[in-house]
Each structure stands twice: as C-alpha cells, then as structure tokens.
Design a protein around this ligand. Structure first.
Ligand code: IPM
Ligand code: MG
Length: 375
C-alpha cells in the first residue's frame, strides 16, 4: 500500500526520536512492501523562531492533506505569565483542534523485560496492561474565560454532555476489544463539572452491560495506580486528569520515554510519544526513541489498518529490550552501558528484519529522505 505521513519533529528531543521512528518506518516499508511518503514541517518553538507561528499555515494545510501525522515533541519553555510569545504548546493544542481528535489513547503495558526496572516492586507491575482514554478537546485546556487580570488568575473547566458522551463511548468501545472494564475518573466530591461527568459516564455505561463500570475519584486513582495498577483496564478521563495520570502511569513502565499515544476521532489521526521536548537532554543523543517508535505502531494499526506490521514493530521493540539493551532513562543500577538514541533505533530496525522475515515481501520500501517544507 501507499501512504503519506506528515512528520512534525518539533523541539528538543522531538527531531531525534522522530529520526529513529522514520528509520523504523522505512525498514518496515521495505519488509512488507509498503511505500510511505514522509513530509516534514515545522511546529512549536522552532516554528515560532522560523515562521513566527507555532502552527504555521503551511503546516496546517499539510496536516489535513495526509493520511496520518506523527509528532515528536513541542515546547522548550513554559509560557510566561504575561502571555508572552512562548506558546509552543499552543501549536499542539491548535493542531489537535484542527484535526478534531477528541480521544487520546495512551496505552501503558509493562514489557516483561522492564518489570525489574520499575521503581515499584515486580509483583505490583508485572502484567500491567491499561489504557488511558483521555478527552482531548475540552475541559480546562480550552475553557473560557481564562486569563490573568488585576491580580487574579482564572481558568475554566467546562464540559458539555456531548463531549463527555463521545469520549465515554470511545472508552467503552475500546474496552470491548480488551478486558471489558472501564474506570471513569473524576473529582465528583468537589467539582460540578465532575458531578456531571460522572452522571453522563454512568448513563453511557448502561448501553454497555457487558462492560464492568465504576467511577473513581482522581486522588484515589493516583494512589491506586501505584498501589494496585493491575486492577485497571480502560481509564476514562478528562483532558487534565488524563494528562497527569498518564505521566504517573509511565512510572510503571520505568520511563516516560516508553509511552506512545494516538489522538483519534477526526478524519486524520495524530500520533505522538507521551513525553515532552526534554530540553535538558536534547542534542545529546541519549533520548529514548521507543515512545515514538511505538507511536508508529499505533499509526500503522489505526491509520493504515496494518495490524500485522504494527505487531512486528512491537515485537522488535520487545526483542531488543529482552536482549538487555537500554537507553539511559531505562538503565538498571549496575546494568550494562546504555545505548544511544541512534543505536536503539538501529537495534530495533535489525530486530524488525528478524521478526518480519516470515512475512518478507522483499520489495523496495519507503521513499528516501523526507520532503521538507518551511513556512
Ligand atoms: C501531553 C503534553 C501536552 C498536554 C502539552 C505539551 C500541551 O503534556 O501531550 O501530555 O498537556 O496535552
Ligand atoms: Mg502531558
């Protein structure tokens, strides 16, 4: 098959991890006989510097004209209180809105090879396999009014019935393909928006009698994720709670660098590692590219309906981890010397050759370098 993918490397370690993701994609194209056209465009702080806009018009136009979008990371700085010009995250929020992707799917599965790496006891994390289904286009991220005026700062958590209903449906539908359990997260002992969220989620649950449903307060969930993470299958969350809980859940796997995500619901999916731009380690060649590479796997499955290819990527990652290779973020105390970002990418490509060998199509793969677009 043929497909077009917009690569948005973004800031910090974004370009480094997407470079490895592209290598994996090209190798996969070669093995399975697919041709992926890769186009690159600017987003984030880099785009502000070069184009004066964190999501330039050219990037917008391309994003709605491809089969899928793969993003590295954005944002080197936190936006200043005076609302200054540093708003790289705004470009990502605009992109999510532009694509209409209301459901952010963040799987957290602990590979056997990393069980010992987690700061939690192995018996707690072994077999953890959950998914955070995070509402992505509403809540306090977008609610109006917001501002800082006359010594008062305010944001608005706001959810419509329709928004809660559609993300709930996404969570329940996903649960049907898994262990059939949905836990909806809220703060219904305090917040009106959460009381409403709980009511609507419960209503939707009645359409899914085959799914075990419960609601849980977010503070309790934060504790349960560490105390007994295996109890969870699908976590249904608002935009903000999902953002926070998915970072916490990354600890179960041993590193935020491991987690992929898919944002779906519109016509074109957006795939991105859960981690940020990590300016402290950018340019040093030590970032973990696995979150980006597993995002490619999600893209293959969801945007291109290629589950076998997606599984090949996941199997290659597991094989490399099983062989004991680790980037610096995953290193065990006393373990062997960590490998670089590029070496991890090479190892996964090499493993892909082995796991994909049974399905060899053997044709020439993806196009050479990506086409680059400026502003
Ligand atoms: C994430 C990130 C983003 C978010 C930021 C960069 C806007 O933290 O994808 O988890 O909060 O959604
Ligand atoms: Mg986050």
């Amino acid at each position: 098959m043929e497909g077009s993918i917009l690569f948005l490397p973004g800031d910090g370690i974004g370009p480094e991890v997407l470079f490895e993701a592209r290598r994996v994609l090209e190798a996969l194209g070669g093995i399975f006989g697919h041709r992926f056209e890769v186009i690159e465009a600017p987003i984030g702080d880099g785009a502000i510097k070069s184009c004066g806009d964190s999501l330039p018009p050219e990037t917008r136009a391309l994003a709605v004209d491809v089969d899928a979008v793969l993003l590295g990371a954005v944002g080197l700085d936190v936006r200043s209180a005076d609302g200054g010009d540093v708003d790289a995250a705004g470009g990502l929020l605009d992109l999510r809105q532009l694509l209409g992707n209301h459901a952010n799917i963040r799987p957290v599965a602990v590979p056997e090879a990393l069980v010992a790496r987690s700061p939690l006891r192995p018996d707690r994390v072994r077999g953890v396999d959950l998914v955070v289904v995070r509402e992505l286009l509403g809540g306090i991220y977008f609610g109006q009014p917001r501002g800082i005026e006359d010594g008062v700062a305010f944001d608005t958590e706001i959810y419509t019935e329709e928004e809660i209903r559609r993300i709930s449906v996404s969570a329940f539908e996903l649960a049907r393909t898994r262990r059939r359990k949905v836990t909806s997260i809220d703060k219904a002992n305090v917040l009106e928006s959460s009381i409403f969220w709980r009511r609507i989620a419960e209503e939707v649950s009645r359409d899914y009698p085959d799914i075990a449903f419960s609601s849980m307060l977010v503070d309790n969930c934060a504790m349960q994720l560490i105390h007994n993470p295996r109890q969870f299958d699908v976590l249904l969350t608002s935009n903000m709670f999902g953002d926070i809980l998915s970072d916490e859940a990354a600890v179960l796997v041993g590193s935020l660098g491991m987690l992929p995500s898919a944002s779906v619901g519109g016509d074109i999916g957006l795939y991105e590692p859960v981690h940020g731009a990590a300016p402290d380690i950018a340019g040093r060649g030590i970032a973990n590219p696995i979150g980006a590479i597993l995002s490619v796997a999600m893209m293959l499955e969801l945007a291109f309906a290629l589950p076998e290819e997606a599984d090949a990527v996941r199997a290659a990652v597991n094989r490399v981890l099983g062989d004991g290779y680790r980037t610096a973020d995953l290193r065990d105390d006393g373990g062997r010397t960590p490998v670089s970002t590029a070496r991890m990418g090479e190892l996964i490509v090499a493993a892909l050759d082995k796991v994909g060998a049974s399905g060899w199509a053997g044709t020439a793969g993806a196009a050479g370098g990506p086409r680059r677009r400026a502003c």
